[in-house]
Design a protein around this ligand. Structure first.
Ligand SMILES: [Fe+2]
Length: 443
């Protein structure tokens, strides 16, 4: 490749047919593509150009296109089976551009992914064309091809989010209802994991209406929307939970006992307590990062050991809510943070796997797990990690329940709250449009 680049003028585009051993190569050189137009200066796509494409035979995968990708500094090669290109054909016969859905049922893709000879593949600086043996034609815009072919480089959590603790958070993420901007709300929600909206009418009805304007309600057996206080006899929808008391509640995420935990928690304090009752928030992604730095083995255990949570209610309407085992710190397939499930109160029995299944079995496993959980819990309860907020009437707070722990200090006097859970999936479907092209694939 280096030799050919020296021979051929950069302004020329050549098709070279090389035969090397048993491989047939069709090489295209010096086809540097334009930089992707929507890159921001802070978010450089790892690969942004294709320097060559070769048709090649892979010993196991069959016919491939060997694609040389460049980021301007380094090159890398990826061999992509021809079937990938047929699967990603964006012609109107293969793809519905109105619904952004493939039309293929995936019944005959291998048969459809054949070409007659090497002349079926052509490439110039702007596009790759493939004439398939069945008469179908696929044309890729080069920039679109890179975007479909290459995952953005996984960002570090600190580059993806504003990881915070009590001293680094800066001004609390707040927006005004009177000048509400969903992009601003979205960006703050993703960056901080919570955002307050000020200037909401101080009624449950207005709160619910505004919450529903952000995302649909995530309903549970607690009800779609709650108005609750610390006087049990006054509760419309009372449950046997410490949330309905005036005791201190430590940092936790809600709904660890649901296979799909509620994604967003909404609170509006309609009447603050006489004393205490502050809301405490902890960035659990920051806590996990701190654990990773201070105690890597504990981090390893909490990211790989699945544990159970449950919610059990007796009485007239008994409940047994249970979620299949998940790690406390759940990572995505790419290594990013997917969800923190931290709720010391709602942990189910730590059952041992004695039949060869995944999980804890030896005494060493059990002790190591408790050491790891305690280490994380101490970080989550470290006052320097927390921000303490006195929720006031008129301010509605939206908390990412997959990232931010919430807690409450003990209080005295009468305190009335209202709130609900919202569908995080629905919020994020809109919010991703406002967080940058690469970030949207990682949050
Ligand atoms: Fe809670």
């Amino acid at each position: 490749m280096a030799l050919a680049s020296q021979i051929i003028s950069p302004s020329q585009q050549f098709l070279l047919i090389l035969r090397t051993h048993s491989l047939i190569h069709i090489c295209f050189f010096d086809l540097r593509l334009q930089m992707l137009s929507r890159l921001s200066s802070r978010s450089i796509r790892f690969f942004n150009s294709i320097s060559s494409i070769e048709l090649t035979q892979h010993p196991k995968a069959g016919t491939c296109l060997s694609v040389d990708l460049s980021n301007g500094k380094t090159d890398t090669n990826v061999q992509v089976p021809l079937i990938w290109f047929r699967d990603h054909c964006r012609s109107v016969n293969a793809y519905n551009h109105t619904t952004n859905q493939r039309k293929s049922k995936m019944l005959n893709l291998f048969e459809e992914s054949r070409i007659s000879d090497r002349s079926a593949v052509t490439y110039d600086a702007k596009q790759l064309s493939i004439n398939w043996a069945d008469g179908h034609k696929t044309v890729f815009d080069s920039a679109d091809l890179i975007k479909m072919l290459v995952k953005p480089q996984q960002k570090q959590p600190r580059d993806l989010y504003h990881l915070w603790n009590g001293s680094t958070i800066g001004p609390l993420p707040t927006v005004q209802n009177s000048s509400f901007s969903f992009p601003e709300f979205s960006q703050k929600f993703v960056q901080f994991g919570f955002v307050s909206v000020e200037g909401i009418e101080q009624t449950p009805e207005a709160t619910e209406k505004f919450a529903r304007s952000i995302a649909p309600i995530h309903d549970t057996y607690y009800g779609a929307f709650w108005t609750f206080n610390n006087k049990a006899e006054q509760q419309e929808n009372y449950h046997e939970d410490t949330a309905y008391s005036n005791e201190e509640i430590g940092p936790h995420t809600d709904g660890t006992y649901f296979p799909q935990s509620p994604g967003i928690q909404v609170f509006h304090c309609l009447r603050p307590a006489d004393r205490g009752g502050k809301t405490v928030l902890v960035d659990a992604f920051a806590a996990a990062e701190r654990l990773k730095a201070e105690n890597p083995s504990a981090y390893q255990i909490l990211t790989t050991t699945p544990i159970d949570h449950h919610y059990i209610e007796k009485g007239e309407n008994p409940l047994f809510s249970w979620a299949p085992s998940k790690p406390v710190i759940e990572l995505s397939a790419d290594g990013g943070y997917a969800q923190i499930r931290f709720n010391p109160y709602d942990r189910a029995p730590l059952r041992l796997s004695l039949n060869g299944g995944k999980g804890l079995s030896t005494p060493e496993d059990v002790t190591a797990f408790y050491e790891a959980y305690q280490a994380f819990s101490r970080i989550c309860h470290d006052p320097t990690m927390a921000v303490k907020i006195q929720l006031m009437p008129g301010t509605v707070i939206f908390i990412d329940n997959l990232r931010v722990l919430h807690a409450r200090t003990a209080f005295s006097g009468y305190r009335q709250m209202c709130g609900c859970y919202l569908s995080r999936d629905n919020l994020m479907a809109k919010a991703r449009l406002h967080v940058g092209e690469e970030t949207r694939l990682q949050v």
